[in-house]
Each structure stands twice: as structure tokens, then as C-alpha cells.
Design a binder for this molecule. Structure first.
Ligand SMILES: [Zn+2]
Length: 265
């Protein structure tokens, strides 16, 4: 049983354009066409039972559209869509309550697309509501090519947020921060947050040694397997993880049990 905690899809009509524009920013090949059915075929071909789909808003006006698409994905039994809110939206708490009442199990937040530092005051309504309603929040952490000169979620910023919102259920993607894995080791490992493995493989610049150090210092109950498909395939990340020499108990936790516990599956 394997659950992929970190994937992305787009509405069928938008997928070709969305993929093309993201490819231009990131300069990466894709492993499926960006549609729901494309993802489901990929999962089936690689023996993955379920995937969390991280839908992300980049501006305040997109919220209704993005979340309507996310909610429509709920009918696919292989996919578990997370919704997204913009920190500057009005009535954040009410919106989050409504999503929760529709069985949405979590939210995705991408600080670099929103352009607000993760520990900025303007994040307060969203962080406070996620905390109060116990909604897991996945954030992009570390470098992103969309904002090459300023990272909006560094390990220090994440620490500040964890200090202020100790009950926040936080998942920092990409093992806590693309390109900042030494800092992750020092500052985030052992703290009360989940790390996902999205895109963690040689291609993103993380070494097996760095990965091992993080896995040595962070409880395996708090690590989630994720691929970041369409940017990497689950099999590529699985292969990378399989070189770390983890016990079968740890692998069980990371590949599905932690996700099941976190989302109450
Ligand atoms: Zn991602």
C-alpha cells in the first residue's frame, strides 16, 4: 500500500497550458499530462493506491474556481484533493469551515506564488483558522523558481510559525525546504511538523547523504512519501528512498501509515 502525499493536476481544458507555462518556469519534463485521468493512470501503472492532490491559489480571485475544481475531484476514489485559500481572502475562517463541512481534508499553501513570507502578520487569519479547525496545511518550502531571489518559506520562518502556532498541523514539502537541507537538519528536524519527500531525488540537488541525515534526525512518524508528480514520478522518488536503508517499519509509516493517521483514512 502506497499513498503519494504530493501531486498536482489541472482541469482538463487548462492542463496543456498550465503544464507548458510551469515547464517554462521550472525547465522540467513531466511524467503525465497534468489531468486527473492522466494522474490516475500513472498511479495505477506504479502501484500507488491513492494520491493527495495539492490545488494551489496564486491570487485572491481564484479561490472559488480552484476549490470548485478540487471538490469535483472528490468523486475520483484514487484522489484526495486539498483546497487552497489566499491569506488576504475575507472570511477565511468561514471559508475553511465550509470546506471542512464538504469533507476537504487539508489545504495547500504556496508562499512564493502568494508573495507573502510564511511568518508575515498577514498570514495570521489563515494560520489561526487552520490551527483552530485542525486542518492540515501543506506548504511549499524552500527555493522555488517562480521567485528565484526571495524564498518565502525558509526554515527560520517555519520555526517562527511553529513557535506561534504550536497546534498547527503543518507539512513542509520537499523535506522542509528546497536547497536548505543543512538548515532543515539544524532547525526543523525533531520539531512538531511533517516533512514530505516531494521531488527529493538527485535532480533537485539533494544528496543521499543529506537525505539520510534528515531521516536520522526527524521522527519517521512525521515523514510522508510524496512525489510532486507531474514533475517527478512516484517510482523515481521511491527508488531514491529505497537507497536510504530504512527499516520495513519505517517504510510502512512513510509510504502510507502516517498519511492514513494524519487524514483519518
Ligand atoms: Zn508540488
Amino acid at each position: 500500500m502506497i499513498i503519494d502525499f504530493h501531486t498536482h493536476i489541472f482541469p482538463d481544458a487548462l492542463a496543456p497550458r498550465a503544464i507548458a507555462s510551469l515547464q517554462q518556469t521550472a525547465g522540467l519534463p513531466v511524467v503525465f499530462d497534468g489531468t486527473a485521468n492522466g494522474l490516475i493512470s500513472l498511479l495505477k501503472s506504479q502501484g500507488i493506491s491513492k494520491a493527495i492532490v495539492l490545488n494551489t491559489v496564486t491570487n485572491e480571485r481564484q479561490v472559488e474556481k480552484v476549490n470548485a475544481f478540487a471538490l469535483a475531484t472528490q468523486e475520483k476514489k484514487e484522489l484526495i484533493p486539498f483546497c487552497s485559500l489566499h491569506p488576504l481572502n475575507e472570511n477565511i475562517r468561514e471559508r475553511l469551515c465550509e470546506l471542512k463541512s464538504k469533507d476537504v481534508l487539508g489545504i495547500k499553501h504556496h508562499p512564493d506564488y502568494v508573495g507573502i513570507d510564511f511568518d508575515d502578520e498577514r498570514m495570521h487569519p489563515l494560520l489561526a483558522a487552520a490551527c483552530e479547525l485542525k486542518m492540515p496545511m501543506v506548504i511549499h518550502a524552500g527555493y522555488d523558481p517562480v521567485s528565484p531571489n526571495h524564498t518565502h518559506a525558509t526554515p527560520d520562518m517555519i520555526c517562527t510559525v511553529l513557535d506561534r502556532y504550536p497546534d498547527l498541523i503543518l507539512v513542509a514539502a520537499h523535506l522542509g525546504g528546497v536547497g536548505r537541507w543543512e538548515e532543515v537538519c539544524e532547525k526543523l528536524c525533531g520539531r512538531n511538523l511533517y516533512l514530505d519527500t516531494a521531488f527529493c531525488c538527485e535532480r533537485v540537488g539533494i544528496t543521499a547523504e543529506q537525505t539520510k541525515r534528515i531521516f536520522e534526525r526527524h521522527p519517521h512518524e512525521k515523514i510522508l512519501f510524496g512525489s510532486d508528480a507531474p514533475w517527478a514520478s512516484p517510482s523515481e522518488i521511491l527508488e531514491f528512498i529505497s537507497k536510504l536503508g530504512l527499516s520495513s517499519e519505517s517504510l510502512e509509516l512513510i509510504l502510507h501509515k502516517n498519511a492514513e493517521g494524519l487524514l483519518g483514512l
